[in-house]
Design a protein around this ligand. Structure first.
Ligand SMILES: C=C(O[C@@H]1C=C(C(=O)O)C=C[C@H]1O)C(=O)O
Length: 408
């Protein structure tokens, strides 16, 4: 189904407050579950009232905005709402020229925010689905994606040399890992494991792209926007003392601080023209996750006009946290060296409502799940003095998020 709303007749939208559903993820059916959950709050959806594949190209966000205006605009006009209205979940490919960016308006969305909950339905009310417990995927086998580990170390060394030669300042390189399960992978099981182990992260599922990202590209609530910029990483230590030492070393590392500064500068540069006020902290803080520690900066601002969350996403993507500096050269180097299509990995993933509010993350610590197969992705920022072995270790630590989701 493509544009089901607006082209025929406005479909009825109903939003009703409901009693606390507890675990949002436990409400999901097996087929095509949609999710955006952090610390037990957020939204989950199922069924498809409307779905579209966004054509690739430089105008893709504008195209998406037009589609959303038709679809959510009409849905919103269909009646007064008593809580959050209809939303679209979306995933945009990292590279604007890659196909596969998708927007979906689920038929049913369950929202939980500040301890309150609502059920929103678009179109005819759906039958409640019977609960069908997820089945574990069994044994998981891994195979190389486009590059083997030594090949990837080689491209990291080549990128570092190009940085030292002055062609660019920073580039983020990633690799993929192919996982094959014994039985079809039930996305709900991955989501449950991710949300449990990484409560600080945004656990998401949109059109086959599944993960738990710590990196908030942008949240818009009215005119207020927030972003969490991450760049500069060290794996977790072997114990408390080692952890503290690694965190301190990360904080003191010139290479990582410079890498982080590139990411902050790109966010500042793209947000400043949209904002009446913008705050970026003078120094990053440490974000400690179960697998890695990151340098992190909370950015906040007030929009100058009525830009929707998707307009802000369009301006920000790709930040230097996942592209590089300068952006255009970094994208060229990524296309040349990585030898793969990132698809939705490192692209924007999230949701938007009819008012233009929403939350979009950068799709990291993620994979594309299809039947018994999952293609996992991980990477890191490369600077002139990057050591290929350490970058590989960092990527392995990032892969562990999805490996844990698959293996338990
Ligand atoms: C590229 C990834 O992560 C990004 C790169 C980071 C780094 O190089 O330090 C840190 C967080 C993310 O912005 C990934 O998780 O695959």
């Amino acid at each position: 189904m493509s544009v089901a709303l607006g082209t025929t007749r406005p479909l009825p939208v109903r939003t009703t407050p409901v009693s606390d559903p507890g675990d949002l993820l436990a409400a999901l059916p097996r087929t095509a579950p949609y999710a955006w959950v952090r610390h037990g709050e957020g939204l989950v959806g199922w069924g498809e009232a409307a779905r579209v594949t966004v054509p690739p190209g430089p105008d893709r966000f504008a195209w998406a905005r037009g589609w959303l205006a038709t679809v959510l605009g009409d849905a919103h006009a269909a009646g007064p709402l008593n809580g959050p209205g209809p939303v679209a979940f979306g995933t945009f490919t990292f590279d604007e020229d890659s196909p596969g960016s998708t927007l979906v308006v689920p038929q049913t969305v369950l929202t939980r925010r500040d301890g309150r909950a609502w059920l929103t339905t678009v179109g005819e009310p759906q039958q409640l689905h019977a609960f069908d417990p997820p089945r574990p995927p069994g044994r998981i086998r891994y195979g190389d994606g486009s590059l083997t580990a030594p090949e990837w170390e080689h491209i990291v060394a080549r990128a570092a040399r190009r940085i030292r030669d002055g062609e660019l300042e920073k580039v983020v390189l990633a690799r993929d890992l192919l996982a094959t399960a014994e039985y079809p992978v039930d996305v709900r099981l991955l989501l449950a494991r991710l949300a449990h182990r990484y409560p600080e992260c945004y656990t998401f599922s949109v059109a086959g792209l599944v993960g738990a990202t710590p990196e908030l590209l942008v949240r818009r609530t009215g005119k207020q926007i927030e972003s969490l910029v991450l760049a500069g990483t060290t794996p977790r230590g072997t114990g408390a003392a080692d952890d503290i030492a690694r965190g301190a070393a990360l904080f003191a590392s010139e290479k990582d601080r410079h890498e982080h500064e590139c990411a902050i500068a790109s966010v500042r540069q793209t947000l400043a023209p949209l904002c009446a006020e913008l705050h970026t902290p003078a120094e990053p803080e440490l974000l400690v996750l179960p697998n890695v520690q990151h340098l992190a900066s909370h950015v906040s601002g007030r929009l100058a006009d009525g830009a929707s969350v998707l307009d802000v996403v369009a301006a920000m993507h790709p930040t230097a946290a996942v592209g590089g500096t300068p952006t255009d050269t970094a994208i060229k180097v990524i296309r040349e060296l990585e030898g793969m299509d990132r698809a939705g990995y490192a692209g924007p993933v999230g949701w938007i409502d009819a008012h233009g509010d929403g939350e979009w993350g950068i799709a990291l610590r993620s994979g594309i799940v299809d039947g018994r197969r999952a293609r996992l992705f991980a990477g890191g920022g490369i600077m002139g003095d990057s050591d290929p072995g350490s970058e590989l270790a960092e990527a392995q630590a990032k892969f562990r998020v999805m490996q844990y989701a698959l293996e338990g």
